[in-house]
Design a protein around this ligand. Structure first.
Ligand code: BGC
Length: 909
């Protein structure tokens, strides 16, 4: 659609808006709201434009756009690049076309964009005429049964459809089939939510797959996140539906024939049968008997025998919601290398630690058994190291049908792995092909960092690798062991970095519903979303805070207000709970599992102090959100509470004379924290980092506190002693304290503890623990030792903000205004970062031009401005003159407008 010529081009500007999206998707099907959020981008040619207004028109057909029958926004004076559709409510299944035109500050008007469209899903419950189905009663199975079943129904059509849509979901995971083909785009659908509350559905355009005559609609249905082992851990004990252990299917095929609409729905006319997958589990893997594969099961002419009646399940009051983010896909497939061992097994190496699986093509005899087990690392002898997978078997077993090049791969399971061991093949020649398939929620890549130091490039690559592996349906802690949960601090601390590499706005837009669903019975934020139902524990400091601080981050980076509006009432409820239990402003009570600064490299940070820093941060930010949303009463209360916390913190923990930030009580190490940091120190790096970065200490006291932090870091090595939370902001805090060189010491360090140490020890992804592999080369205790955890990768945000100098403004969302102030070091020759920001491409970078001169370059996107500040370094530099490559700069000052700008800084001797 977007390639069509625009309708009614007017105005004098030679460009038009592009990349039109509805609900953050291009031409989406199955939009779940009658008033979707629409956004667009200005093209590169519009580089010196400042948007001053837009006009959107919406019609029921492309040809109707000139005289829109659904909505004409009229000219709206605004610099925005997005708005909510404001016409009559769209009906269910309605397709609407739209286009946009922009006016710029100089008065010119762009052409109308090419048209785009969106189609709504089922907006009312009664649109669903299908019933949930599952294998018939005779087939009630024990809960340990993890079979994948097939379900299907035949139907006939007198003529081919003009339009056909499949609305489909499952309690579990499904793969939809129509007339012998898999339909739909995405794996492990319908994705992961708290199935007791809401289930996503997908809408698939099957117009071409449905035909005149006999048709067959079917699905494979697997336990997935609903009924597999992860659900026992993560979602619920049997979901409160003890009579319904088997996964269930719900689908409705809507077919439009000339003059008639026909639906085919799941009901008792469907049949089921076992598939070739005898067991399927996300943690444990799959067992296949390929002899049972029936290539014709999804064809209208397929065999009748062996099919059994399904039954309708009683259904439940779960909300059915339209999918709102891209699906999981195979985002990379690459060849793996194979080493044959003396015992006849093969070690397959994918080259990097990802989430996904191996796909093998083998020659085997009928009945031959092949076992494929996975691991993240191997020991020096080349044996898989699997203890850290804990209770997750991560093994697939196949009984081969026999033949040439039979494909062996799981269908509804994934694991975090680099290596696989294959047993049961007869000879090296029988493994024709081995490739690794990487799975991830298929988010758009939007950011790229590069510099002259290979170690930093490798650290950045490892951070992106961990992001891909852990941004799979929900932001997980790790992809490999029997956990893989949406731990909220992990998500919160890493998100600032994550948003520098991928467009995470749709991912979090969906996850915020999981966060809301996961709230405790009291109404507080939890630790994990989706949440294990049996677990009703108050969220710990830094974990629960994600409910406030993550929507704020998404607003800052993408300018999206909707998540703030959706989450604000819960933010206020949660903060009321915490403040009511902690009236004096020190967060001592209601801290749930109270993890503290998790897995630190040094002593634990006193938990009262740690918690109070987070309480201040969340209360302050929630207050700002209240102000932004016009919630005056809440804004007032939150601002006042923030002051109470600030005063209490100062009274308890700050010695303003010396700048010491300390808690002599060393109180509060929870049992969980004690496992990894047995002793809390009076003062810690993390205590300083949080107090400084959250603004709890300011002025001269902050200067002194900063100096103490720098001292502590230098005395320790220089080395970090921080855990999840402290590490995220340590480099920023050192920079703020004027110790750029010390920040680089930590960043470029290769000894324990550091990101460089991980890379030096073969890491291709970020580890959970600094000492995941200790200096002696052996893995640390296996109980908690993931080699693919995003959390410590949060330090990467300083690669972008510090090393390259991109300074997002706290007050101006979506980089409408940002700073350029790189932290320069002679240890790098150059560094650069590029971002597809909401308003267009943004680029920052610098290089040495001779021993004393640094050249900085910044590309400012359309409608944005950048303040070029002094560079940050231990030495002093002065600006030797800004050469503005582009004329769009607002001359005179150092605030520049859209375009590419170059600046020269010279060292003062
Ligand atoms: C997870 C962490 C998580 C933590 C809670 C661990 O098992 O892997 O990343 O945040 O538990 O402290």
């Amino acid at each position: 659609m977007t390639n069509e010529p625009s309708v009614g081009v007017v105005g004098g500007l030679p460009w038009r808006p592009e990349r039109l999206r509805a609900e953050r998707r291009v031409n989406p099907l199955g939009v779940g709201t009658a008033h979707p959020w629409l956004d667009w981008r200005l093209p590169a040619e519009a580089e010196d434009a400042t948007p001053a207004g837009y006009r959107v028109r919406v019609a029921t057909s492309v040809t109707g756009l000139a005289e829109p029958d659904a909505w004409d926004s009229g000219w709206v004076a605004s610099t925005a690049w997005a708005c909510r559709y404001g016409g009559r409510p769209a009906a269910s299944r309605e397709r609407l076309c739209w286009q946009v035109q922009v006016r710029v500050a100089t008065g010119g008007v762009s052409g109308w964009s090419a048209s785009a469209c969106w189609e709504t899903g089922f907006l009312e419950r009664q649109d669903w005429r299908a019933s949930w189905i599952r294998p018939g009663a005779s087939a009630q199975r024990p809960r340990s049964d993890r079979r994948v079943y097939l379900a299907r129904r035949r139907f006939s059509l007198a003529q081919p459809p003009s339009r056909a849509r499949l609305y489909v979901t499952a309690l579990g995971c499904y793969e939809a089939h129509l007339n012998g083909q898999v339909v739909g785009d995405g794996l492990l659908r319908p994705g992961w939510t708290d199935y007791t509350r809401r289930v996503q559905y997908q809408v698939i355009d099957v117009t071409k797959a449905v035909r005149a005559g006999d048709n067959l609609l079917g699905a494979m249905v697997a336990p997935g996140w609903f009924a597999g082992r992860i659900s026992l851990h993560a979602v619920s004990e049997n979901h409160g539906f003890p009579e319904s252990p088997a996964p269930e299917l719900l689908c409705q095929l809507d077919v439009e024939l000339p003059g008639v609409r026909m639906v085919v729905v799941t009901d008792e006319r469907w049949q089921w049968r076992e598939s070739a997958i005898a067991t399927s589990d996300l943690y444990d893997g799959e067992c296949w008997d390929l002899r049972l594969l029936d290539a014709d099961w999804d064809l209208p002419a397929g065999q009748e025998t062996g099919w059994l009646p399904v039954e309708r399940s009683r259904g439940a009051a779960r909300e059915l919601v339209a999918e709102r983010m891209p699906p999981v896909r195979a985002v990379e497939v690459r060849p793996a290398s194979v080493t044959w061992r003396a015992d006849g097994s093969a070690l397959v190496d994918s080259g990097a630690n990802d989430a996904g699986f191996m796909r093998l093509d083998v020659d085997a005899a009928r009945g031959q058994q092949v076992e494929v087990s996975y691991a993240e690392i191997v020991d020096p002898a080349g044996n898989l190291y699997r203890e850290n997978l804990r209770g997750a078997a991560c093994t697939d077993r196949f009984v081969c049908a026999g033949g040439v090049g039979e494909e062996l791969a799981p269908r509804f399971s994934f694991r975090g792995f680099r290596y696989a061991e294959v047993r049961g093949l007869s000879s090296p020649a029988s493994l024709r092909r081995a490739e690794s398939v990487t799975l991830s929620t298929d988010l758009e890549r939007t950011g790229w960092f590069e510099c002259s130091e290979d170690l930093l490039n490798r650290i950045y690559a490892a951070i992106c690798c961990s992001q891909r592996a852990n941004y799979l349906e929900v932001p997980t802690d790790c992809p490999q062991r029997d956990e893989r949960l949406g731990w909220m601090a992990d998500a919160l601390l890493f998100a600032p970095m994550a948003a520098y590499s991928y467009d995470v706005a749709p991912f979090f837009a969906k996850w915020f519903d999981d966060v809301l669903d996961a709230r405790t019975a009291e109404g507080g934020f939890a630790d994990i979303a989706p949440r294990p139902s049996a677990r009703d524990t108050a969220g710990a400091p830094a974990w629960a805070d994600a409910g406030v601080l993550l929507p704020w981050l998404i607003y800052q980076r993408y300018g999206e207000v909707e998540p703030l509006e959706r989450m604000f009432p819960s933010m206020v409820d949660w903060l009321h709970l915490v403040h009511a239990r902690n009236p004096d402003g020190i967060w001592r009570n209601a801290r749930g599992n109270d993890y503290g600064d998790w897995v630190p490299a040094g002593p634990d940070t006193p938990h009262d102090l740690f918690a109070t820093c987070w309480l201040y941060r969340s209360t302050t930010v929630a207050g700002r959100i209240g102000g932004l949303l016009g919630a005056t009463a809440e804004h007032g209360w939150l601002t006042e509470r923030a002051q109470t916390v600030r005063r209490a913190f100062a009274a308890h923990y700050i010695d303003s004379g010396t700048g010491q930030i300390a808690d002599p009580s060393r109180r509060g190490s929870s049992a969980a924290a004690r496992r990894f940091a047995p002793i809390a120190a009076v003062e810690t790096q993390t205590g300083y980092v949080l107090a400084l970065m959250f603004g709890l200490v300011t002025g001269q006291a902050a200067e002194r506190a900063g100096a103490r932090l720098v001292n502590m870091v230098r005395k320790a090595g220089p080395a970090l002693q921080t855990g999840f939370a402290g590490s995220a902001l340590l480099l920023h805090a050192l920079e703020r304290a004027g110790a750029v060189d010390t920040a680089y010491d930590l960043l470029l360090r290769r000894e324990l503890p550091s990101l460089g140490f991980m890379i030096e020890h073969g890491a291709t992804s970020i580890w959970e623990r600094w000492d995941g592999i200790a200096s002696d080369g052996w893995p640390a205790r296996p109980t908690m030792n993931s080699f693919n955890h995003c959390a410590m990768g949060s330090m990467g945000a300083w690669l972008v903000e510090g090393v390259c100098g991109l300074r997002p403004s706290d007050d101006t969302p979506a980089f409408a205004a940002f700073g350029f102030a790189p932290a320069i070091t002679a240890r790098l020759d150059h560094a650069s970062y590029r971002l597809h920001a909401p308003r267009g491409t943004l680029r920052v970078g610098w290089h040495w031009d001779g021993p004393d001169t640094v050249v900085g370059e910044v590309e400012v996107p359309v409608g944005s401005e950048c303040r070029i500040a002094a560079i940050i370094a231990d030495d002093r530099f002065e600006e030797a003159g800004t050469r503005l490559v582009d004329a769009g700069a607002s001359g005179g000052g150092r605030t520049v407008g859209p375009g590419i700008h170059r600046v020269r800084w010279v060292r003062i001797q």
